[in-house]
Design a protein around this ligand. Sequence first.
Ligand code: HEM
Length: 128
Amino acid sequence: QTTTSFYEAVGGAETFRRLVSVFYREVAADEILRPLYPEEDLGPAERRFRMFLEQYWGGPRTYSDERGHPRLRMRHNPFVVGPLERDAWMRCMRIAVGEIEPSILDDEHRKALLDYFQMAAASLQNAP
Ligand code: HEM
């Protein structure tokens, strides 16, 4: 018996590459979020986020090899994440998830992803 990870079930590296690529395309165009990102080049941030998600959903563990324990709350402390930022982040993520076709991401996996992002975004809010 083999068990398939969520990562594999939704198309593996290619799906996460596309998801995070569309997400950062939206961040780059978002006037609330873009100023929060310290680097002019969003490429390295995009890569860190992609590695994190791949690892979280059962793919390669490159994130922790390079970055150690995620400690996401601590890593977001330098940025003011209030309701506006949280909602802007979620808006970009909904667009990104929405661009993955149903043939790759079925309803059940889509819901699992969106529920997770909603929960994680709420838990990273650090300002009123
Ligand atoms: C890093 C903003 C939610 C995962 C960052 C960075 C910013 C940011 C400005 C620094 C970019 C960099 O140089 O890496 C936000 C805002 C959020 C949010 C405004 C709204 C709630 C989330 C959520 C997740 C997440 C929900 C996970 C599902 C990460 C990861 C990093 C990161 C993995 C890189 C951490 C590292 O340095 O290794 N975020 N984020 N973020 N964020 Fe978020």
